[in-house]
Design a protein around this ligand. Structure first.
Ligand code: C2E
Ligand code: CA
Ligand code: CA
Length: 751
């Protein structure tokens, strides 16, 4: 019997110590309480071991009495633990009161061998041990205390069993059985002390062990099944499930490898690590270099009791990278690798946001002068090389200064730079030699328009428009390298905005009309043609020139609507004039490059001639040869189609600096229009004169006619004759005329 007790005691002592240290290593309050309880049990077992191993009755009595004190403290901590686990933690005051009561009680038992206030000590009549005889008042007080604590614990646990979700009931069932056993055992021993050995100490120790398991490790099957849906080691997403108190129920391997132990240990640590608010939701977080989308929320039973909290970490790194890549493509100019317009605006806004306190930034827009000409005469490959070279220059700057830059349109770069650097940047980039091939450089000029960002709160668009205006001004006065936006330009911006605001209405109300400029055949001096030129009669601003509104409408695309209207007007006028027997010659209409991209010109014109019922050959379509330098295929296709349908094709502004003979030869055409301004008086003599007249001869050889535009003087007419031009158009003969004046003009030039 003694050997059995000794062995069981040693095992219990060891277990209590192990559990004590295990729970002490956890950080929760509950674990600390359990550690306390376990250590109290260990003390109890140690005392019991001493009690059965010593021989002296006196010493036995001492150890026996000390056990009562140890039981006091075990019960106390167990009570606190149960209160904690049913979520009714003891308040500081109740802890203090209970501690005083248990302190007095244990003091009485510790001093019992000296004063015998509690009980006498006598050998057990049956077993080889001692027991309490003639218990005194204090002994009854002690038992009363023990029973009440035990009874309370039974009450709490029972209450819990009936109120908690069925998924957790298993845990409390265990505790319930345990406390009931301790209670019964105590009562039984009290009633029949002489017949049974006192095993209360063992019971209590065993109880603590069971409690440890049920609190930290026991997860009822139903609960596991319910949460199993969420956690699976095979699924690739890291998943953690916490019980309703926030302790881990299940965690898969992936989650363990993703998070540090102290992070996933309980729900509070995890939430504070992730920076989550309570409740549920979907959040994003970077963990260990990966991007995760975390879904979390409660698991509930059918009565809406919160039984667990789940966290699923979806690895969205690849997806984010893909989005990032796509975004990068959307904001990058594929040719130079710099930002495109969208990217520049995004990055610049972001930059300004970050540098809010740093005033003094300027937006510089730099345009390549005659970029279309470079494409047309050297080919787009060379044009691309020029753009890449310029991008490199910006790239170098970008290493030295805080700046954002991008290619914001075809031949324009925009940069956001500190104001102090504008001069340096613009003077460095005004005249550039771009190496094209070995030993071959081409010279490129750039113009710059800039504006100081005086009010960061204003949108970048506001400044962009102004810098663009300054650039346009700068290009006009080609002497200057850079031009700052000035207040005078503001008037232009306002006028521009006004025109844009009113264009639709103006078209509806018929504020646009045409004037006809006669074209005179040199041989006969008769009117052989007329160019229809758009005019805008604004109710307040008066007559507005197409030189002002056409470029604006080309930028916003409205030119397509306007041109269809003008073409219809031109066709109707041609029809009316021939119906009246006044003029049955052709009328030339202007086609913008935006029209070629923006609509099916051939179909539109065909519709118009059908509706108006005139011969398509009476409509001469003027297309600028440099139009669509980038999309030549579209241009050639459109022109072929127009020709098939019977329209006459005129190449407008030929020789305007960037027309290339080579490119011209690929286009179908019937008439070439040369502008007098391109053939300066000095150019007519000598070499240039020979070149121009041989071009004219070549055009004639191709069965095409030559119209010379901008003929203003008698000398111009003479030069035209010398060069071999067939037809002239210009102020010398007539300005563009209203339809009535045109009728008069034709009548007076019939002879
Ligand atoms: P453009 O097609 O080159 O038209 C010829 C321009 O030269 C006209 O200017 C005309 O008034 C002007 N002009 C005629 N004779 C002389 C002259 O002897 N000396 C000088 N210095 N100029 C002369 P306008 O009417 O101001 O038109 C300017 C430009 O606006 C046109 O140039 C054309 O590109 C565009 N435009 C005009 N009407 C339309 C239209 O209906 N649609 C489109 N898309 N563009 C149009
Ligand atoms: Ca024209
Ligand atoms: Ca022209």
């Amino acid at each position: 019997m003694r050997i059995l007790f000794t062995t069981v005691t040693i095992i219990s002592l060891a277990l209590a110590l192990i559990y004590g240290s295990l729970s002490a290593s956890r950080k929760s309050r509950q674990a600390r309480l359990l550690a306390w309880t376990s250590f109290c049990c260990a003390a109890l077992m140690a005392l019991y071991l001493c009690y059965i191993t010593v021989d002296s009755i006196r010493l036995k009595e001492v150890f026996y009495s000390l056990q009562f004190a140890a039981i006091d403290w075990t019960m106390f901590s167990m009570f606190a633990l149960i209160r904690e686990s049913v979520e009714k933690p003891l308040t500081r005051t109740s802890i203090a009161i209970l501690a005083i009561i248990f302190l007095i009680d244990s003091a009485i038992f510790i001093s019992n061998p000296i004063n015998g206030f509690a009980f006498d000590f006598a050998p057990h009549p049956v077993y080889d041990m001692f027991l309490v005889t003639s218990p005194k008042l204090f002994c009854f007080v002690h038992y009363a205390l023990r029973f009440s604590v035990c009874a309370f614990m039974v009450y709490y646990v029972t209450h819990r069993v009936f109120t908690i979700s069925k998924f957790y009931r298993g845990r409390y069932n265990i505790a319930f059985i345990l406390f009931l056993a301790i209670l019964v055992c105590n009562i039984y021993f009290l009633i029949e002390p002489n017949k049974r050995p006192d095993v209360t100490s063992f019971m209590i120790t065993a109880g603590v062990v069971v409690l440890y398991y049920s609190i930290f490790y026991f997860s009822p099957n139903g609960l596991i099944r319910k949460v199993q849906l969420y956690v699976n080691d095979n699924i690739s997403d890291a998943t953690i499930i916490y019980d309703y108190k926030g302790d881990v129920l299940r965690i898969n391997k992936k989650a363990k490898s993703l998070l540090e132990d102290n992070v996933w240990e309980n729900v509070d640590n995890l939430c504070s690590y992730l920076g989550f608010p309570e409740g549920e939701g979907k959040y994003k977080k970077k963990i260990k270099g990966g991007q995760y989308e975390i879904l979390y929320g409660p698991v509930k039973d059918e009565k809406e009791n919160h039984i667990a909290t789940f966290f699923i970490f979806y690895d969205v790194t690849k997806m984010e990278e893909q989005i990032e890549r796509e975004h990068k493509i959307a904001i990058t100019d594929p040719l130079t690798g710099a930002y495109n317009r969208k990217g520049f605006f995004e990055a610049a806004n972001d930059f300004l946001y970050r540098n809010e306190s740093q005033a003094g930034f300027a937006l510089v827009i730099s345009g390549i002068c005659g970029f279309k000409a470079i494409n047309a005469s050297y080919g787009t490959k060379v044009g691309d090389k020029v753009l890449r070279f310029i991008e490199h220059c910006y790239h170098d700057y970008h290493h030295s200064y805080p700046m954002i830059y991008g290619r914001t349109s075809e031949g324009k770069f925009s940069a956001l730079v500190p104001f102090d650097y504008v001069d340096e940047l613009s003077s460095d980039l005004t005249s550039i030699d771009v190496p094209i091939d070995k030993d071959v450089d081409i010279h490129v000029d750039m113009a710059h328009g800039f504006v100081v960002l005086d009010d960061i709160a204003k949108p970048l668009d506001h400044y962009y428009e102004r810098a663009l205006l300054a650039l346009a001004e700068c290009k006009k006065n080609s002497v200057m390298g850079a031009l700052e936006y000035s207040y005078e330009m503001e008037e232009q911006v306002k006028r521009r905005q006004l025109l844009v605001a009113e264009m639709h209405n103006a078209l509806r109300e018929g504020q646009f009309y045409i004037e006809l400029q006669p074209q005179i055949e040199l041989m006969t001096r008769k009117v052989t043609g007329a160019e229809a030129l758009a005019r805008w009669q604004h109710p307040k601003l008066g007559r507005i020139s197409p030189a002002e509104f056409v470029p604006i409408f080309e930028e916003n695309g409205f030119v397509v609507n306007l041109d269809v209207y003008i073409w219809e007007l031109a066709a109707k006028t041609a029809r009316e004039l021939s119906d009246k027997g006044i003029y049955s010659g052709p009328v030339s209409i202007n086609v913008s490059q935006i029209d070629i991209m923006g609509m099916d010109i051939a179909a539109t014109l065909e519709r118009i001639v059908t509706e108006v019922d005139i011969d398509p050959s009476r409509i001469h379509v003027e297309i600028t040869e440099s139009a669509c330098a980038q999309k030549r295929d579209t241009l050639i296709r459109t022109m072929d189609l127009l020709r098939q349908k019977g329209f006459v094709l005129e190449i407008d502004d030929f020789g305007s600096g960037y027309s290339s003979l080579n490119a011209l030869m690929k286009l179908p055409f019937d008439v070439i229009k040369l502008d007098m301004a391109f053939m300066k008086e000095s150019n007519i003599d000598g070499k240039n004169g020979i070149i121009i007249s041989s071009i004219v001869d070549m055009i004639h050889a191709l069965q095409a006619q030559v119209i010379v535009e901008g003929v203003e003087t008698e000398a111009n007419v003479e030069n035209t004759v010398r060069l071999g031009g067939d037809i002239v158009q210009g102020y010398y003969f007539s300005r563009p005329l209203s339809i009535d004046s045109f009728v008069e003009y034709v009548k007076s030039h019939r002879h």
